[in-house]
Design a protein around this ligand. Sequence first.
Ligand SMILES: Cc1cc2nc3c(=O)[nH]c(=O)nc-3n(C[C@H](O)[C@H](O)[C@H](O)COP(=O)(O)OP(=O)(O)OC[C@H]3O[C@@H](n4cnc5c(N)ncnc54)[C@H](O)[C@@H]3O)c2cc1C
Length: 396
Amino acid sequence: MTFDAVVVGARVAGSPTAMLLARRGHRVLVLDRATFPSDTLSTNLIHVPGMALLERWGLRAAVESAGAPPHRRFTMDFGPFVIAGPPPAVDGAEHPYCVRRTVLDAILVGAARDAGAEVREGVTVEGLLRDGDGRVTGVHGAGFEARARIVIGADGLRSVVAREAGAEKYDDGPSLTACYYAYYRGLEGLGAEIYQRGDRAVVLFPTNDGLTCVFVACPAAQLPEFRADVEGNYLEAIGRIPSVAARIGAAERAERIRATADVPNFFRRCAGPGWALVGDAGYHKDPCLAAGITDAFASAQLLADAVHSGLAGERDLDDAVAAYAAARDERFAPALALTRQLASMEPPDEQTAALFAAIAASPEQTSRFFGMMQGSSPIPEFFAPDNIARIMSATG
Ligand SMILES: Cc1cc2nc3c(=O)[nH]c(=O)nc-3n(C[C@H](O)[C@H](O)[C@H](O)COP(=O)(O)OP(=O)(O)OC[C@H]3O[C@@H](n4cnc5c(N)ncnc54)[C@H](O)[C@@H]3O)c2cc1C
């Protein structure tokens, strides 16, 4: 059987793409070497625009009732000033949530199946099939082949589809941070708490089952010394915020510390004849903005719209996915630049510190700032000189 689309990878990029195509009547096969439910190396924040897409897809209630509390408040604490308040609502979605990937990804896989996609778990794709002109026509692995009009790589950072398609990287840069996180029981909190103390970031994300994810990042250059005593350095970073250290001291660690320093920042060319990439496979970045899941949802919607128009004969399929690639870059290039800036973990210069202090003093600007950080308002607009001047003059 030839499918309309084969999607490799069934997590936050792959399953929504498959679901959206299957709902439009296309024959979709999803392959993942993992079986679900299963965890992956990631903390769990879904920003409000991500919740809005779940609402559009009819999945918000399922995600919101999966046992994680709403984050009614965001706190970004730089020491001398604190930006705190609720992030702005988007299309009826009000709060961010941190849902464990064991739970979130299983909901998405189920939604793809419910939509009519065939999902095969525990299946590893090893390479691509091509026709005589070099056009991608399917995938293969141990003992199987599957043919499709388009192959979609939603297979993450080390995408086999990207490698086999020859998708080159651009705007490519190395990992800037090393990340460590663990889950604690018994930490009360109203929402996401993000602290920057010197060359450490400490983040608290309440999630399912009464657990809170406690994340610590240090500059990648310090990886060897951090790694030499992970436990000591993790607790030292937390100890830089005495109020948080006291709460964590009274809580119980429920899971081991997990770590990665493999968080490079790049785009990959994400479309070619018979193939496309979505999610981390095509756009990877440091997790400092906690945007990978929300961005994967947005890209899934963009790609599914494009592929549908091609499969339905409304336009040439290759032209449609090329337009998706251009739209993706235009949308996410400012976020990639901001990510690099934040992940450098440089302390804010005098001008930025004054701007942050002005934002912190105004509930309206705080809401606009969180709107920009969560991706619901354009980054370039927020940092435009006339807007900065307006913020500074409003607070005198
Ligand atoms: C430490 C850390 C913290 C993070 N915290 C956040 C956060 O709080 N919020 C947020 O939004 N983002 C966060 N992210 C980013 C987020 O995890 C990713 O952006 C997101 O998981 C990307 O989803 P994806 O579906 O594109 O890829 P993945 O989640 O990587 O899924 C890829 C899937 O493809 C499958 N696969 C791979 N190769 C093959 C193959 N050859 N054959 C078959 N299947 C294959 C894998 O089994 C996997 O299931 C974090 C990342 C890190 C590293």
